[in-house]
Each structure stands twice: as structure tokens, then as C-alpha cells.
Design a protein around this ligand. Structure first.
Ligand SMILES: Cc1cc2nc3c(=O)[nH]c(=O)nc-3n(C[C@H](O)[C@H](O)[C@H](O)COP(=O)(O)O)c2cc1C
Length: 403
């Protein structure tokens, strides 16, 4: 079972965390509730301790429980650190690395995955300082469970509601599973514990300050692959472009815009990655120039296009890595697939059909996986979560030869 530290701060959504703690306890996870001083003015430590079944002490000094270095003792043991709900205040403190109480000091001492589920008034959530702090925390590797849009406790409407506690529970469980799956128990033993980077969604290439070339990719295929990889015990990095699906739980997630932006982000991390799955729909063309001002309406105008960077082909692959690329094709694709496999240094090329009910933007997909030696296997039309299993099995087979 995973040892989970839940930081609890003084948001009006605090009462919802009691339900979360209770569910995690029922699953058998030891949960340590660290409350801020202000949170304890809303709900007592004793209530959280009773619900979690652990006797946690949130004070650093004058403690009622033994322990010489309480923040370190608890941090060393933790499999997951989450702050739910997270106030604007804790977000600011964590982004600055402050350590002025038990919760913030523990946050600096843990080496496990860190999650925040913010909740606050929408004006606070959109405040540019809070936006900047959230960006910093993402860069530091925090997973942010974005708040929902809707009616807020103060009566305002907007983004700021704590994400539904059942979704937060699912995310936490998924993290715990990926941390606890040992190779021998994993559904895909050859890739358990490996670092997997999955790209998802569509890139955008700006035409002028308001218009762009994009595509209808939803990010659903990448999301399902990320969920499957987490369930297999992989450490998942998720790089997403334009998406209309939820960001899955991941060790680290980053947003990209253009093909070049994606490439620049991947170059920084690729050496530490064992498996790269390029499920993103990256544009092949971009406007030769991005106009500085909005192009005036006219009967007709020409838009010269040039090629974008070929992301997969341009990445340097080190030995002991697996690269899997997606390709969307309309015609007969075997020859194209094999050409792409070789040119892009891929171990697998996953072909999607274009058009029809399955594929880009749909909940269904149908793929054919090609290997450089000409072997191929077809999935048939299936929901994307089953297609993700099909692809992971192929990657696991490849991993047996490579790792
Ligand atoms: C009734 C009430 C509800 C509050 N709800 C929130 C909230 O949802 N989000 C938030 O960021 N701050 C909220 N605050 C403000 C914080 O409690 C305040 O900024 C506090 O200093 C945060 O301290 P902490 O982060 O150490 O718990 C609320 C305050 C009150 C009195």
C-alpha cells in the first residue's frame, strides 16, 4: 500500500478532503494529514486523524508525538505528496520554496511525486501571480489538478471549484498503482518502472496573432496510452498540445504549441527517456511568415507554407531507447510505413486510418503496427483504451529485445 501525505489548507472546499481521506483509508493506504494553521481553524486535526486512522501531528515544534526531525521522518517514507485543497497562499509558498511550517518543509523534503488540487475564487485563480506560480510549480514537476468551472461557494461563477473528489481519487489511485507495481506483477513486465514520454493532441502553427493552422486531434489516444503506461508501473511524462480531453495523471506534464516548440522541449529531456510514443498530431506545414498584425478580410489571399521540423527524425536516439511514431494515412500505407520507420529511426510505426468513424478525434481507433523488418499486426476497430492495450503489448514485446 502507498504511504500518502495529504496537505490540507484553508479553502472552503476543505470538507471534501475528508471524503477523499476516508476512501483512501478504506483502500488500505496509510494517509498522513498535514494541516496548515489556518486549515485547523476550519476543521480540526483530530477530525482528519480520526478519518485517516493515523495520529498525525502537523506542528514542527512543541509536538505531542515523538520524533527528532518530524518533517524528514514523514517525507522519507512517502510514496505520494498531495495538497488538497490547495489555496492561493500555499501555491505561492511552494512556488517560492518557503518552508515556514510542517507542510511546506515536508514538501521540500519529499522525493516522491507531488500533486496539487487548487480551489479558490476565480478572480484569484486568474490572478497573474497565481498563474505564474502554477507555471513554476509545473516546471518543478508538480502535477496540477486544474479546478473546474462552475458556481463557487462565494456565489461567483467561474473556474476555481475543486475538481470533483472522485476524479481526484482516481488520479491518486492511478499514481499509487504506478508506484507500487513491481515488474513481476505488471501487465507489461518489460516496461514496468521505465520512463515513458507520450505526446498527445495537435500542434498549432500561427498565421497571424489570432489565427492558426491546427487539426482535429483530441489527445484521447495519448491519454489512454498514458493511463495504460501508468497502470503498468511506468513513470509517465505527458506532453500535450491542443486537446479536448483531460490531462491524465503523470509524473510530469507539459504543454506545447508548435512543432518546433515540441522539438525544443523534447531535446531537453529525451536522454532520460526509455520509451518515446509520439501520438501527437504535429503539423507538417506552417506559414512561411507569421504576420504581426491580424490579416485584413479579403476576397482571396495566398498563404505560402513551408515544412515544419520533423520532430522524430530530428531527435537523436541513444542506444537502449524505443521510439514509436504514429502516422495518419489515407492511401495504401505499408510502403509508407516502412519508409517512415527507417527514416525516423522508429522501432514501431503505428498507422491510423484517416476518415471514417475511427481515428483522429474519435473515441475509437483502428491501428496497424509496423516494425522495421516488415512485420505488421492489425488491431481492428476498438475503443481507444483497448487500442492503448494493443499498442502497449507491442511495445512490451519490443522492450524484451531492447532492455
Ligand atoms: C471562509 C473562507 C474560505 C476561504 N476559501 C479559500 C479558498 O477556497 N481558496 C483560497 O485560496 N483561499 C481561501 N481562503 C483564504 C485563505 O484561508 C487564506 O488566504 C489563508 O491565509 C490561507 O492559509 P493556508 O494556505 O496556510 O491555509 C478562505 C478564507 C475563508 C475565511
Amino acid at each position: 500500500m502507498a504511504k500518502i501525505i495529504i496537505g490540507i489548507t484553508s479553502s472552503i472546499a476543505i470538507y471534501k478532503t475528508l471524503d477523499l481521506v476516508s476512501r483512501l483509508r478504506k483502500d488500505g493506504h496509510p494517509v498522513f494529514c498535514l494541516l496548515t494553521r489556518h486549515a485547523q481553524k476550519m476543521i480540526s486535526q483530530q477530525t482528519f486523524n480520526a478519518v485517516s486512522g493515523t495520529n498525525t501531528d502537523s506542528s514542527m515544534f512543541n509536538r505531542k508525538t515523538p520524533g527528532l526531525f518530524p518533517h524528514l521522518d514523514i517525507a522519507k517514507e512517502a510514496d505520494l505528496f498531495a495538497v488538497i485543497p490547495a489555496t492561493a497562499n500555499i501555491i505561492g509558498k511552494l512556488a517560492c520554496g518557503l518552508a515556514d511550517d510542517m507542510l511546506t518543509t515536508t514538501a521540500l523534503a519529499v522525493s516522491c511525486q507531488k500533486i496539487l488540487a487548487p480551489a479558490m475564487n476565480s478572480a484569484m485563480w486568474h490572478n497573474y501571480i497565481v498563474r505564474a506560480n502554477i507555471s513554476r510549480l509545473k516546471e518543478f514537476g508538480y502535477t496540477i489538478i486544474e479546478p473546474d468551472d462552475g458556481m463557487l461557494a462565494c456565489g461567483d461563477h467561474g473556474q476555481g471549484r475543486l475538481k470533483d473528489i472522485s476524479i481526484i481519487y482516481e488520479i491518486i489511485i492511478s499514481f499509487c498503482r504506478s508506484r507500487l507495481v513491481k515488474s513481476k506483477n505488471s501487465i507489461y513486465p518489460a516496461i514496468a518502472g521505465k520512463r515513458v514520454l507520450i505526446t498527445a493532441g495537435g500542434s498549432i502553427e500561427m498565421i497571424d496573432p489570432v489565427r492558426f493552422i491546427g487539426n482535429s486531434s483530441s489527445g484521447k489516444m495519448g491519454r489512454e496510452l498514458a493511463l495504460e503506461a501508468s497502470a503498468a508501473g511506468c513513470i509517465v511524462h505527458y506532453y500535450y498540445g491542443n486537446i479536448s480531453s483531460e490531462i491524465p495523471p503523470a509524473e510530469h506534464s507539459e504543454h506545447f504549441t508548435t512543432a518546433e516548440d515540441l522539438f525544443n522541449r523534447l531535446v531537453k529531456i529525451i536522454d532520460s527517456i526509455d520509451i518515446l510514443i509520439m501520438a501527437a498530431a504535429v503539423a507538417d506545414f506552417k506559414p512561411a511568415v507569421c504576420e504581426e498584425s491580424k490579416i485584413k478580410k479579403s476576397e482571396r489571399f495566398n498563404l505560402p507554407l513551408i515544412s515544419t521540423i520533423d520532430v522524430l527524425k530530428s531527435l537523436k536516439k541513444r542506444s537502449g531507447q524505443i521510439f514509436a511514431g504514429f502516422a495518419a494515412e489515407t492511401g495504401s500505407f505499408k510502403n509508407n510505413a516502412l519508409k517512415k520507420c527507417r527514416e525516423k529511426n522508429c522501432d514501431l510505426i503505428i498507422m491510423n486510418p484517416v476518415g471514417g468513424a475511427a481515428g483522429i478525434g474519435s473515441d475509437y481507433n483502428e491501428v496497424t503496427v509496423f516494425e522495421p523488418d516488415g512485420r505488421e499486426s492489425a488491431s481492428g476497430v476498438k475503443p481507444k483504451n483497448e487500442i492503448a492495450k494493443f499498442i502497449m503489448e507491442k511495445i512490451n514485446e519490443k522492450a524484451k529485445q531492447i532492455f
